[in-house]
Structure formats: structure tokens, C-alpha cells
Design a protein around this ligand. Structure first.
Ligand SMILES: *[C@@H]1O[C@H](CO)[C@@H](O)[C@H](O)[C@H]1NC(C)=O
Ligand SMILES: *[C@@H]1O[C@H](CO)[C@@H](O)[C@H](O)[C@H]1NC(C)=O
Length: 405
């Protein structure tokens, strides 16, 4: 069956050998094409065209490439699939900034949203709860993004001495826990517990309740990178299944596999608005390994992957955001390449996704802050009450029912 893919080819010029892409997005073409008829000749022609047009200013050009029709003169039916409801590239570039900020070690700056990564497209974010689980070296925050009208929950990835060791350990993770109330669904106990059996979960739930009391119906978006993506996934599923929160948007970056095929299929039913972004040759999404010949024993990703990879020549490189199929294990996406890069793991959309300082679970903060609490186990919580949005304030003055609450 012909698989129709949408490729967003984002044009930018990359100085050779440079890993950061400050002037990333130059122009964009969107190509709908038949995957089986992928033809580099045509792609290069398009690239040259965009190079000519996209040099100076932003250009958005929609190309429909009827490669099959062109090459074989057969009549072609193109099913024009609109993927904008599935994957929103702008939202991905916003959420990756939250997933990057949660790595910061200075808790005061993070809580006040003045850190060096608390900027750009996340300006104005209001942290309601910042949680540091000291024993397990985990960190997460919950807050309100007023511009998105959404609660954002972000989980930090691992902060061990060596990310290399952490990745090597991923090879050996067992499917060793039955996911509660989902027959046959198996997950990795360690990933599950990092969210379910630490101080993170109660603090996250409490913060969501406080925000929802004030805002009522507000979107919920969960994000995280690497191990943080695994925790974000368990969180999104928990909020849906156990707390009745609908329409959660989950977007993770470079997350490992967390469960088996049965789990992946439950996951897709409960959290349909899920995007799992993978980058080029990032190792982590390839782990723990997938064995197609052990279908009942293997780890299996849930859908839907969006695979970022570059195509281009010399100094002219384009980032493609390839929207993959609904199987979770699309063989034409990240699985079509070797997962052999750590540097591809720590940079998504040109945003750095790792701790600002490596080492043990280092914490920098001003303990005299009024919002500072420490629980009996020594975990740190920084909380504030969400502010009342101005439109609700007006209602409290005129609506007796609300003001009496
Ligand atoms: C994508 O997300 C951005 C930010 O939330 C939003 O402004 C925009 O309308 C969305 N686009 C689509 C097509 O939904
Ligand atoms: C939860 O964590 C505690 C200690 O951190 C441990 O003793 C307990 O077995 C864990 N429970 C589960 C279900 O993982």
C-alpha cells in the first residue's frame, strides 16, 4: 500500500561542522509524496528551487510531487492527508524549550522563570510547582503557559555522571512490571517507578488540581526529553486513566521505549495526541532494543513518531520533519538508520537538551525563599498559588456563585 507521507523540509544554511543552528529556519517547503516513489533527483531539483527562492526571506511553498504519475504516466490518486491536527511543528519548538529548561540546576532562577533557557517562546510562563526528588535525582515542574492557555508539565532527563553509562544500561532493561489494569501490558519497572513511586506524582497531581480549580477547563501538555520523556509518558497515561483528564497533548523528545506491544496499543487508545520526536541517529529511541521476531517479548514504541533528519549537500542542509505511520515502529523513520549518536540525543530543533552542569544531582538555590518547602524525605518543593487570570477576576465580581467559593 502506498504510504503517503508529509515531509516538511525546512531549509537553512548550516556552517559546516557547527552544531548550533542560530539561523535555522530559512524557508519551508511541504512536500506530499508517495514514499515508495521517493526519487532523489526530484528532491534535489526541489532543493535547488528552494535555495533560489528561500535565500532572502521566508517562503512557504506547497509542492505536491506526483512522482509516480510523472515517472509512469499512470493516473494518480493522491489522498491529501492533512497532518496539521496530528503534528504541530510550532508547538514542538515551544515544548522543546520547556523540556530544555527543566534541566537547569539553579532552582531559584527556574522557579522565577529567569533562567538562561527560560526565554524565547516560553516567556511569561508561570511556574506553580517545582519538584526535586533528591533521593532519585529527578526534577519536574508544573505551570501555566498563558499564551497557550495550557498547563505545562515537564520532566527532566537523567542527570548522572555519564550519559554514556546511562545509555549503555538501556540495552538491558527488562519488561518486568505488569501495567496495572491493562492485561498483557508490560513496562519497565524503573521508568514506571520514577514517575509513580517518587515524590513527583503527588506534587504534579496537586499542582494540576490547584490550577484547574482556578482555570477550569484548560489544556494539559506533558513533555520531557530522554528519561524525562519516559516519565512524561507515564504521567500523561496516569492523568487520562486515573484522573479523567481528556485531550492531553504529549510530546516527548528522544525518549526510550518503555513497554511492550500491548502497552503501546493501550497507550495509543488512551493518549491519542502523542508525538514522539526522534532526531537523526539519536541512540536512545532505539533502546531498549526492538526485536521483530519476538513479538510478545519485545519492547515496542507507541505512535506517533516524528523523525527529524537532515538532507542536503555541503553548506546547504534541510531539516525534514517526517511524520511516521501509526504503528509506532515505522521502518522508514528512525529505524531506517543506525542509532549510534549521543550528540543527536542532546540537540533537538537546535535546542540543547542536557544539564547545564554535569555531575551529581547538584542543586543551586536560595533556601530563604518563602516558597521553599522540604518534605520529611528531604525532597524539595517550590510552590506558589497560580495567579487569577484577569477574565476570571471580572467574573468573581459579578457572579455570586463563583465569588462565594
Ligand atoms: C500550532 O501551535 C501553535 C502554538 O500553540 C498555534 O498558535 C497554532 O495555531 C497551531 N497550528 C495549528 C495548525 O494548529
Ligand atoms: C517504591 O519505592 C520504595 C522505596 O523507594 C520501595 O521500597 C518500593 O518497593 C517501591 N514500590 C514499587 C511498587 O516499586
Amino acid at each position: 500500500m502506498a504510504l503517503l507521507l508529509m515531509l516538511e523540509v525546512q531549509a537553512y544554511e548550516r556552517p559546516l561542522g557547527q552544531q548550533k543552528y542560530p539561523n535555522l529556519w530559512r524557508g519551508r517547503i511541504v512536500i506530499n509524496f508517495l514514499k515508495e516513489r521517493f526519487d532523489f533527483g526530484n528532491i534535489w531539483r526541489l532543493i535547488r528551487l528552494v535555495k533560489i527562492m528561500g535565500r532572502r526571506r521566508w517562503l512557504t511553498v506547497l509542492f505536491l510531487v506526483f512522482l509516480m504519475g510523472v515517472s509512469e504516466g499512470r493516473e494518480l490518486k493522491i489522498k491529501h492527508h492533512d497532518y496539521s491536527d496530528v503534528y504541530n511543528s510550532t508547538l514542538a519548538k515551544i515544548l522543546v524549550e520547556y523540556a530544555s529548561a527543566v534541566y537547569m540546576t539553579d532552582l531559584t532562577e527556574l522557579f522565577m522563570w529567569t533562567c538562561s533557557r527560560c526565554n524565547d517562546m516560553t516567556k511569561g510562563f508561570e511556574v506553580v510547582e517545582l519538584i526535586v526528588d533528591i533521593q532519585n535525582c529527578l526534577q519536574a515542574f508544573v505551570g501555566v503557559a498563558h499564551d497557550l492557555n495550557a498547563i505545562i508539565i515537564a520532566f527532566r532527563g537523567t542527570q548522572e555522571h555519564s550519559i554514556q553509562n546511562w545509555i549503555e544500561d538501556l540495552f538491558w532493561k527488562q519488561l518486568d512490571l505488569n501495567y496495572p489494569e491493562m492485561p498483557d501490558a508490560m513496562v519497565h519497572h524503573g521508568f514506571y517507578s520514577a514517575y509513580h513511586n517518587t515524590s513527583l506524582r503527588p506534587a504534579v497531581l496537586n499542582a494540576i488540581d490547584r490550577i484547574k480549580d482556578l482555570y477550569g477547563d484548560i489544556h494539559v501538555m506533558v513533555t520531557g526529553h530522554s528519561m524525562g520523556g519516559a516519565m512524561a509518558s507515564f504521567c500523561a497515561l496516569d492523568l487520562t486513566v486515573n484522573h479523567g483528564i481528556q485531550n492531553i497533548q504529549l510530546m516527548t523528545f528522544g525518549q526510550p521505549r518503555i513497554g511492550n506491544t500491548a502497552f503501546a496499543s493501550y497507550f495509543g487508545k488512551h493518549v491519542p495526541h502523542t508525538i514522539r520526536v526522534t532526531n537523526a541517529h539519536d541512540m536512545v529511541p532505539h533502546l531498549p532494543p526492538y526485536y521483530s521476531y519476538f513479538p510478545s517479548k519485545t519492547y515496542h514504541h507507541f505512535a506517533r513518531e516524528v523523525w527529524l533528519h537532515n538532507i542536503g549537500l555541503g553548506s546547504l542542509v534541510y531539516m525534514v520533519e517526517q511524520i511516521c505511520d501509526s504503528s509506532g515502529e515505522d521502518p522508514t523513520c528512525s529505524r531506517s538508520v543506525m542509532g549510534n549518536s549521543i550528540s543527536d540525543h542532546t540537540m533537538y530543533y537546535g535546542i540543547e537538551l542536557e544539564a547545564d552542569t554535569w555531575g551529581s544531582c547538584r542543586i543551586v538555590m536560595n533556601k530563604r525563599m518563602a516558597e521553599y518547602h522540604m518534605d520529611p524525605a528531604g525532597n524539595i518543593l517550590l510552590s506558589r498559588e497560580p495567579t487569577v487570570p484577569s477574565n476570571l477576576l471580572k467574573r468573581t465580581r459579578t457572579d455570586d456563585r463563583i465569588s462565594s467559593v
